[in-house]
Design a protein around this ligand. Structure first.
Ligand code: ATP
Ligand code: MG
Length: 271
């Protein structure tokens, strides 16, 4: 049985539907002598929330950086919708329909909130000749359409009072929302979120969970890195546990919760 078939059969036994849209096969990445991601394989089914969990330094962000082209794997394959994407640069990965947030936000601090969202709308670069041929009026119409979309996203996130505020002047919670706004602006079908709820108030966390459910209901697929195990257990269809770059367990939230060694030894949860 080859690796892909093994992933398929693992997930099939979990009993939830959707084809595997993202397949990670034997992925490895080292930094000098440190192996951050070690021979990692897993699959993500369409229309699900899959969570990657594990203690600090487990390799979660590195896995995201590999999937989104910010790092090149030392070995292994990443297949999205049947097409290999490992080794592609980030802007080409975005074009395939994969978008992400960053653990450390990476907003354009000196740009306004609206411009941060507009900068995340794809297809604004690299179409220069086409756009020039279409002429000024079409360009203006595009810009207006984009601005309206940007405003609609910000309204949805209740940031519409801040469209002209510089990103650096927002509260931390608002900056996290703006990161989410940038993710939504990319209109990708596959979303990776790295620690989206850290530093958010309980009300904002609840709002975030509802948003994630709404996104999945609207047809998106989500891969989540999240330290809050309760949120992971509530939201996820499938949970993958990493430790020192290796996958040490995967399963439904209930299966992971019942795995005493994972909960206790690797996640430090004793109850
Ligand atoms: N660019 C890099 N250069 C050198 N080492 C790195 C680099 N990026 C990550 N590492 C190391 O790789 C390991 C995995 O880091 P990674 O950021 O993927 O962990 P993580 O699971 O996201 O942790 P956290 O929960 O703290 O965000 C860590 O030991 C980290 O120090
Ligand atoms: Mg991380």
């Amino acid at each position: 049985m080859n690796e892909t078939t093994a992933i398929e059969s693992d997930l099939a036994t979990a009993g939830f539907g959707g084809t595997v849209v993202l397949e990670i096969e034997n992925l490895s990445k080292s930094f000098g002598g440190l192996t951050a991601v070690a021979n990692l394989s897993f699959g993500v089914r369409a229309g699900t929330i899959t969570s990657l969990i594990g203690s600090n330094g487990a390799g979660k962000t590195t896995a995201f950086n590999l999937i989104t082209g910010y790092l090149e794997p030392d070995s292994g394959r990443i297949v999205f919708r049947g097409k290999r994407v490992d080794g592609l640069p980030p802007h080409e990965i975005v074009r395939t329909g994969i978008s992400r947030t960053f653990q450390e936000l990476r907003l354009f601090n000196r740009l306004t909130v609206l411009d941060n969202v507009l900068a995340a709308i794809p297809g604004q670069q690299g179409e220069g000749i086409l756009r020039a041929l279409r002429g000024g009026r079409a360009l203006k119409a595009d810009a207006e359409r984009n601005a309206e979309r940007g405003r609609a996203i910000l309204r949805e996130l209740m940031l519409d009072d801040h469209v002209d505020t510089l990103a650096e002047q927002l509260s931390y919670g608002q900056q996290k929302l703006l990161g989410l706004g940038r993710l939504l602006a990319a209109e990708a079908e596959f979303l990776l979120l790295d620690e989206p709820t850290s530093g958010l108030s309980p009300a904002m966390v609840e709002d975030f969970c509802n948003r994630m459910r709404a996104l999945v209901a609207a047809g998106k697929t989500i891969l989540l890195v999240e330290h809050n195990v309760e949120i992971v257990m509530q939201l996820s269809d499938w949970v993958i546990v990493l430790h020192q770059g290796r996958k040490i367990a995967e399963g439904t939230p209930d299966e992971i919760r019942r795995n005493v060694s994972v909960m206790h030894t690797y996640l430090g949860i004793t109850s």
